[in-house]
Design a protein around this ligand. Structure first.
Ligand code: ADP
Ligand code: MG
Length: 615
């Protein structure tokens, strides 16, 4: 069955209510597939597969995989919401499903019928209207007037009275009883009386063809109502509203600020704009996780907002949208390694299952380079969540595929990712992978970040006791991070270097770096995992015991007085003093062995040298 009607008449709401009503008799449930964001037949099938959590099957298209998935269900309702922009694609998908899965029913919403065999079309009519001369009782009994009264009462202390009922009836008739239009008008009650709203609408609608009651006339009514609401917005509000059209789904206030807040719009302009747009029913507010608000534009509003954006502006906003979520992903990457890990778990499992789906698709299509990339992405997600056991298999598969493909960038990425996933259980294999990755990166392959690879190499070596080589890698990472101005990673690297120095019996430099670190580096460094923090703490107690309390404190204070240049210079000076002179002539600064006997031991942990430690 397809529910048809103009935008805002209530198709989505009706479909959801109908699905909810039938739920008790549907043993396999009712599933909502939001198709508005789909751009073509392929992404439509993917949206349906994602909603059903149906995995693509080897050798089958996504659409066929959906049919296969549904074939064995005994009672299931599929709600395909917003089919209008892809009616033909939706029709062919629906036809495939109905043919292959006799016990699945489809409830679709669309501005026009899909045109599929066996389709029942339910033309949704607008809300019932009161006749022009209706009295209080009759007007109040009409659906349109009671929706207006209900929505207006939610905005302000409003009640239908004998003196305003005629104006409210007039508004509802002007708006053809379209619920969305009525909601927009009712939202104005906060500022304007019903009689004034009726007059404003009258002015606006005079040009519209009246007296027609077909769907296209109602579409015009809604368009005019949107124009009217939009025209009443302030300049900043309008710009915020337009910008929000970029979001395909729901979003939080921070995302709104990041995307819509630019070109002279301040943070507060966006936040105020958001609140007032909610007040005017142009943006819907819903409850997000942890008592926060999330926002969403109804499909009709989103389409209208996007119409307002000039083509170039849309592109720029989409870029900012992408940048915001990329930065969000990076932040998440740091937070999952800290105390907030558990809060991120569900999202990461979702970050991982999307990668798995993508990998299956790439496998089906035989695009090996993408297979390697998605396997590595999945491994990264698990590693970030601290689930090394889950990360191991995709990580090793990524390496295998990358070795087959031999593409330098994909290999460098896969090797580094795999190293990050396996190092706690297999440090030697991880180091070999990092070396391979570094060699590719140094030869010009893009993707992996040199300083991250070096930092990881330094960490693994420090933890497995190869301290000279750990310091070699760390000092090179440090130089890069300092040049990039990446203080977060620089701080982490300095902390690891301090452990290395303590392990070499260099108690004073270890304390100087620790002092510099705690005085200067960002507080969100707590993203360092717990056992690493303990390891760092132990190295510092070693240094403290070696120096004695007074000298230890003096060294901390010396470090705290340094600026970034001095700290990095100091750490590198220590490296040169302790390690570099022993390097073979002509050897590269870092990943080549700094001297005979410095090769990585096979996974053993060497105890720190005790020479300088007083008993
Ligand atoms: N019968 C109704 N009673 C109350 N509100 C309604 C009704 N039908 C629709 N609405 C409201 O009108 C707005 C538009 O409805 P929606 O279902 O999104 O329309 P469509 O899908 O046809 O574009 C929504 O805010 C919805 O809650
Ligand atoms: Mg809809």
């Amino acid at each position: 069955m397809t529910v048809t009607g103009p935008g805002g008449v209530g198709k989505t709401r009706l479909a959801l209510q109908a699905a909810a009503d039938q739920l008790p008799s549907l043993s396999d449930g009712a599933w909502l597939c939001e198709l508005a964001p789909a751009a073509d037949q392929e992404t439509m099938a993917q949206a349906v597969a994602a909603a059903l959590r149906a995995r693509p099957r080897p050798g089958l298209s996504v659409a066929d995989s959906v049919v296969e998935f549904l074939r064995t269900r005994t009672a299931l309702l599929l709600v395909l919401d917003n089919c209008e922009h892809l009616a033909a694609a939706a029709a062919s998908l629906a036809a495939d499903i109905l043919r292959g899965c006799p016990r699945v029913r489809i409830l679709a919403t669309s501005q026009q019928p899909l045109g599929v065999g066996g389709e029942q079309v339910f033309g949704l009519r607008p809300l019932s209207l009161p006749p022009p001369d209706a009295g209080m009782a009759a007007a109040g009994a009409s659906d349109a007037v009671s929706l207006f009264a209900q929505r207006a009462a939610a905005r302000r202390d409003f009640a239908l009275t004998p003196s305003n009922v005629a104006a409210v009836g007039e508004i509802c008739r002007r708006l053809d009883g379209i619920p969305l239009a009525i909601e927009l008008a009712a939202a104005r009650v906060a500022a304007v009386r019903p009689a004034e709203i009726a007059a404003l609408l009258d002015e606006r609608f005079r040009l519209l063809t009246r007296g027609r009651a077909d769907a296209s006339a109602r579409q015009q009514t809604l368009q005019a109502t949107l124009e009217w609401s939009y025209a009443l917005l302030g300049h900043a509000e309008r710009r915020v509203f337009d910008g929000l059209g970029v979001f395909p789904g729901s979003f939080d206030a921070e995302a709104a600020v990041a995307v819509a807040g630019a070109d002279g719009l301040q943070r507060w302009d966006v936040l105020d704009g958001l609140t007032s747009l909610v007040g005017k029913s142009l943006v819907a507010e819903e409850e997000g996780p942890g008592q926060t608000s999330r926002y969403r534009l109804l499909e009709t509003m989103r389409a209208y907002a996007r119409q307002q954006l000039a083509a170039g502006e849309l592109g720029r906003l989409q870029l900012r949208h992408a940048e915001h979520y990329a930065a969000f992903a990076e932040q998440a990457g740091l937070e999952v390694a800290g105390p907030a890990q558990l809060e991120w778990q569900p999202r990461i499992q979702r970050g991982a299952s999307i990668a798995r789906q993508a990998r299956q698709e790439a496998t089906e299509q035989g695009i090996e380079i993408l297979v390697a990339e998605f396997l590595a992405t999945e491994a990264t997600a698990w590693t970030a969540a601290g689930d090394y056991a889950a990360a191991r298999l995709p990580a090793m598969e990524a390496v295998e595929v990358a070795r087959r493909v031999q593409n330098p960038a994909a290999s460098a990425f896969a090797f580094l990712t795999a190293a990050g996933a396996i190092w706690p259980s297999d440090p030697q294999a991880a180091l070999m992978l990092i070396e391979d990755s570094l060699a590719l990166t140094r030869a010009g392959a893009s993707d992996p970040v040199l300083d991250t690879a070096l930092m990881l190499a330094g960490l693994i070596r420090a933890r497995t006791g190869n301290l000279p080589r750990a310091l070699a890698a760390l000092q090179e990472a440090m130089a890069q991070q300092h040049a990039d101005g990446d203080r977060l990673l620089l701080g982490i690297t300095l902390q690891i270097a301090a452990v290395g120095l303590a392990g070499l019996g260099e108690a004073e430099p270890a304390a100087v770096l620790a002092g510099a670190f705690s005085a200067h580096f960002p507080p969100d460094i707590s993203a360092v995992p717990k056992d690493e923090q303990m390891w760092i703490g132990e190295a510092q107690s070693l240094a403290r015991r070696a120096l004695g309390e007074a000298a230890y404190r003096a060294a901390l204070a010396r470090g705290a007085a340094m600026d970034d240049d001095q700290i990095v210079g100091y750490a590198q000076g220590q490296y040169r003093r302790l390690v570099a002179p022993r390097a073979e002539p002509g050897a590269q600064a870092s990943e080549s062995p700094p001297g005979p006997g410095a090769a990585d031991p096979p996974g053993m942990t060497v105890l720190p040298r005790q020479d300088n430690v007083p008993q």
